[in-house]
Design a protein around this ligand. Structure first.
Ligand code: ADP
Length: 673
């Protein structure tokens, strides 16, 4: 169900698969070559040419080779010791539901479909004597090409991920992965040693086809007259898998995994009780367990959601919706960007899976259902976007989601932290394009801060609440980690003045703030660019030392030449000898460093070096400058002072000249010791 991909991706995949499956067909007369397990059959370079119809007799079934990933997958599944093999039935039923959803949708749009009057249903029959289990649906069916594309290759990117992961993991983890990924149709090979798929597409006048495989490297397809539209999957069960021809066992599996299926399921002529679309039921009738069961069902999840939201409205637009925030985020592991998580229904008929027009893209991690009887069934993808009613629903839902997040943050910060840790990148990603709810989105952002213990987040409201009376800006410092920001000399004056500074550790933070600019009327200001000066009292400054340091500053400016914009006497330093700050309006040094990480050729803007007139090292340097203005040693110290600051920023400009210079300084220090 929701495992399905977005339309665009599917189209792309189809194209890819077409090319792959063309390459994997063997010559009709030729024996199937023995393809090594890991090497693709793509080497077999013969073209599929549609044979004339009369050649497609049963005796003349065509041989095909599975895509190499499918071969790997089948090998894993056939020899699998996975404990919960019954999941295969959930997967087959879920595919049948998809197929029924699609044909239901087609039949509402278009009257010209095969077997128009056939009921939408799933039938399960058992042949105990032959140890055979049959799952039949009256869904959309498959054409011959679709058979090749869909069940000769891997249709689902999650399954490809599975194959990748499973080949890298040890055997006990492998088994868990089967449960987590839900490997679709192929999971039936855990229980069956041969599978037949009879199918007939919904296109008017389609032929029936029979797909057969024993799970090795190959399968066959032949034309065989299936009577009705839909798909019948026959599982010839392995000898020891007799439990799946037991009716009570089958009913039990369906109750456990498939009770929300929106079409009748009939087991040996008896209809199984199912639960009606829960989003249309009144909240008062539903328990937490109902919501969780539904979530596990439609997400194929093996854990509950973190939280959920059940919404309904009658005016101005009728709709009902259940939305879930999951407990984990697959994107964190660097997997591909997930599809939108909301499916759009009209009167319980699925109109569009993974609908892009309900929630903004950055909220793609929110999973659920929106159902509105005001949306016409024949609405097209293109018109959904501009549909006024859809727009109203979108507005309403988005507002409720923000209220929900803010409510959790206020009432249960621990819970909010879990959501934040999983989805902070999504929230941040939203900032540039979210105009209507920008302030709310900003209020959901969390940061580390100089006034909170390490690893403890605060939000911007907390910062604003703690601001000093005469403070008008929100100060922040960027760095790789908490400790390195703490040691940033630019923070010394802030600490002395008891001003709070936000610590931006996530590389996205600086970028987010560039877009946000302000929060509740307070501008964001990097510490290096802030006009923070320690006054005489705070600094106990000695005017004479300041004067001497000014001379040293002029000297340093000469020896640095055009490497630096200016050298000044600092009014912000307490413990450090010097600091590198930005010229006005330049991006912060750390931000530039991040830009540098992404593009090693990015130019740095010229900086200002500020020296601390009260620091012992600066005092000594001013002394040397006074006594021996052209001292070579002073020049070495000066050059090293600047390079130390550059090194501190994590940008090693010219290590080859820095190290010999340090050695030189050390030598001269040693000679004096
Ligand atoms: P997934 O369902 O995750 O896409 P599967 O391997 O289970 O992956 O199925 C692959 C594809 O085969 C489906 O996407 C669908 O196009 C097709 N398919 C499977 N079962 C059916 C069915 N009962 N009716 C029609 N098409 C089906």
């Amino acid at each position: 169900m929701t495992k399905e991909k977005s339309h665009e991706e599917k189209e792309k995949n189809k194209e890819e698969k077409k090319t792959r499956s063309k390459a994997t067909k063997t010559e009709e007369t030729q024996e199937t070559p023995n393809v090594p397990e890991t090497e693709g059959a793509a080497n077999v370079d013969s073209k599929v040419e549609e044979p004339p119809k009369d050649e497609l007799a049963e005796s003349n079934a065509e041989n095909f080779i599975f895509q190499s990933e499918v071969q790997q997958l089948l090998h894993i599944l056939i020899y699998s010791l996975y404990k919960h093999k019954e999941v295969f039935l959930r997967e087959l039923i879920s595919n049948a539901v998809d197929a029924l959803n699609k044909v239901q949708f087609e039949s509402l749009k278009n009257s010209d479909i095969e077997d128009k009057d056939l009921d939408f249903k799933i039938e399960i029959t058992i042949d105990k004597d032959k140890n055979k289990l049959i799952i039949e649906d009256t869904g959309i069916g498959m054409t011959k090409q679709e058979l090749i594309d869909n069940i000769g290759t891997i249709a689902h990117s999650g399954t490809l991920d599975f194959v990748k992961k499973v080949t890298q993991s040890n055997s006990s983890d492998k088994m868990d992965l089967i449960g987590q990924f839900g490997v679709g149709f192929y999971s039936s090979f855990m229980v069956a040693n041969e599978i037949h798929v009879h199918t007939k597409s919904f296109h008017k006048g389609s032929h029936g086809y029979l797909w057969k495989s024993k799970g090795g490297n190959e399968y066959t397809i032949e034309e065989k007259g299936k009577q009705n539209r839909g798909t019948r999957i026959e599982l010839f069960l392995k000898e020891d898998e007799t439990e799946f021809v037991g009716i009570p066992r089958i009913k039990n599996i369906i109750n456990q995994h498939s009770k929300f299926v929106p079409f009748p399921i009939i087991v040996e002529k008896e209809k199984i009780e199912s639960v009606d679309a829960i989003w249309t039921q009144p909240k008062s009738k539903l328990q937490e367990k109902d919501y969780n069961d539904f979530y596990r069902f439609f997400q194929n999840a093996n854990e509950d959601s973190e939280t959920y939201l059940h919404l309904s409205s009658d005016a101005p637009v009728q709709f009902s919706s259940i939305l879930y925030i999951p407990k984990s985020n697959s994107e964190i592991y660097g997997w591909i960007k997930s599809d939108p998580g909301v499916d759009l229904y009209s009167k319980k008929v699925l109109i569009q899976k993974a609908c892009r027009d309900i929630l903004p893209e950055y909220f793609r991690f929110i999973k659920g259902v929106v159902d509105s009887e005001d949306i016409p069934l024949n609405i097209s993808r293109e018109t959904i976007q501009s549909d006024l009613k859809v727009n109203k629903i979108r507005k309403f839902v988005l507002k409720k989601i923000y209220d929900h997040f803010i409510d959790i943050k206020t009432k249960d910060f621990e819970k909010y932290l879990k959501i934040w840790k999983n989805f902070q990148r999504n929230f941040k990603e939203g900032v540039p394009n979210e105009y209507e709810h920008r302030e709310q989105l900003a209020s959901l952002l969390l940061f580390y801060s100089s006034k909170s213990p390490k690893d403890q987040y605060i939000d911007l409201d907390k910062y604003v609440e703690r601001m000093a009376k005469d403070q008008f800006e929100i100060y922040y410092a960027i760095g790789n980690e908490y400790e390195s920001i703490e040691k940033n000399p630019a923070l010394e004056a802030f600490k002395k003045k008891d001003l709070e500074v936000l610590y931006f550790i996530d590389p996205m933070d600086g970028w987010v703030i560039d877009h946000l600019q302000q929060y509740k009327g307070k501008m964001f200001r990097p510490v290096e660019a802030a006009d923070i000066k320690l006054d005489e009292k705070e600094k106990e400054q000695n005017p004479e030392l300041t004067k001497k340091a000014e001379d040293l500053a002029s000297y340093l400016k000469v020896i640095f030449g055009d490497r630096i914009e200016d050298v000044k006497v600092s009014q912000r330093l307490v413990d450090s000898p010097c600091i590198l700050v930005n010229a006005k309006d330049a991006p912060s040094i750390q931000l530039e460093r991040i830009m540098r990480l992404q593009n090693s050729k990015a130019d740095f803007s010229k900086k200002i070096l500020e020296i601390n007139p009260d620091h012992k090292l600066i005092i000594e340097m001013t002394r040397i400058h006074k006594e021996k203005p052209d001292s070579e040693y002073l020049k070495l110290l000066g050059l090293q002072l600047l390079d130390n600051m550059i090194l501190r920023e994590g940008v090693t400009e010219d290590v080859e000249s820095i190290i010999p210079r340090i050695h030189d300084i050390m030598l001269q220090a040693a000679q004096k010791a």
